[in-house]
Design a protein around this ligand. Structure first.
Ligand code: NAD
Ligand code: ZN
Length: 233
């Protein structure tokens, strides 16, 4: 068996589904009653800032009612117990990985619990609402804060660090992601090119399932703890 030192894990909305955070596209094609293009693009924000602020204010407030599930907790256990390099890259904007205890974590699509100031570039932690035009705590500008979320058409965060970690990884694991949103959907290809083993864990086969060496299909809350137990032996 190939020795595994360096692990990169990519998570998506599916890892938080069992906590009660809705995934992106439900059976009706809507996200919490909205078309994704109406709330998750810079154009949508320019057109109707109030609607977009209220949408994300509601998502941020909803975090208070949810908790990490066994998948988040197992990934934190792996982080604490794994002696090699490990990087957890999440597309999720919720804070359930950090509340579960993960430390080696990057949010590539931003965080609900941060604001971003369009005047000075600060990204302060933010717990309350952004509608009502609060002032930036760093520069004082009013009405210039937006959610620190990477919208469609914007550049994901931490790409250089993610690319370097994938280049050096021996094992790449994708958990609870549909494989429909780029560049994250392309990570498995980078990992294969780097010679890594690849594993998909998802409720059902994702768009990219054929690109993985192995796949396990079922709920993350059951499959991830099992997989972590196997790895930590
Ligand atoms: P997605 O909604 O497109 O796909 C979710 C995937 O998870 C699907 O393949 C589905 O089969 C799978 N899934 C559902 N329940 C599962 C479970 N219990 N166990 C395992 N898998 C399960 O989400 P995505 O691929 O992350 O991409 C969409 C984008 O949505 C991301 O950019 C992200 O920023 C954003 N988003 C984030 C959250 C969040 O922060 N929790 C929620 C919704 C959307
Ligand atoms: Zn500012």
């Amino acid at each position: 068996m190939v020795r595994i030192d360096n692990i990169v894990i990519l998570t998506g909305a599916g890892v938080s589904a069992e906590s009660g955070v809705p995934t992106f596209r439900g059976p009706d094609g809507l996200w919490e009653g909205h078309r994704v293009e109406d709330v998750a693009t810079p154009e949508a924000f320019a057109r109707n800032p109030t609607l977009v602020q209220r949408f994300y204010d509601a998502r941020r407030a909803a975090l208070a009612a949810v908790n990490p599930n066994p998948a988040h907790l197992a990934l934190a256990r792996l982080d604490a117990g794994w002696r090699g390099n490990l990087l957890l890259v999440t597309q999720n904007v919720d804070d359930l990985h950090e509340r579960g205890g993960s430390r080696r974590l990057l949010h590539m699509h931003g965080e609900l619990k941060r604001a971003l100031c369009k005047a000075c570039g600060a990204a302060p932690e933010w717990a309350g609402d952004l509608s009502g035009d609060p002032a930036c705590p760093r520069c004082g500008a009013a009405g210039r804060l937006r959610p620190d979320i990477v919208w469609f058409g914007e550049m994901p965060y931490h790409m250089a660090a993610i690319e370097a970690a994938i280049d050096a990884c021996d094992l790449f694991v994708s958990i609870g992601t549909s494989g429909a949103v780029y560049p994250a959907a392309g990570f498995v290809g980078w990992a294969r090119a780097a010679g890594a083993k690849t594993l998909e864990i998802n409720l059902d086969p994702s768009a990219g399932t054929a690109l993985f060496d192995k796949a396990r299909h079922g709920p993350a809350g059951a499959l991830v703890p099992q997989w972590v137990d196997e790895l930590l032996g």
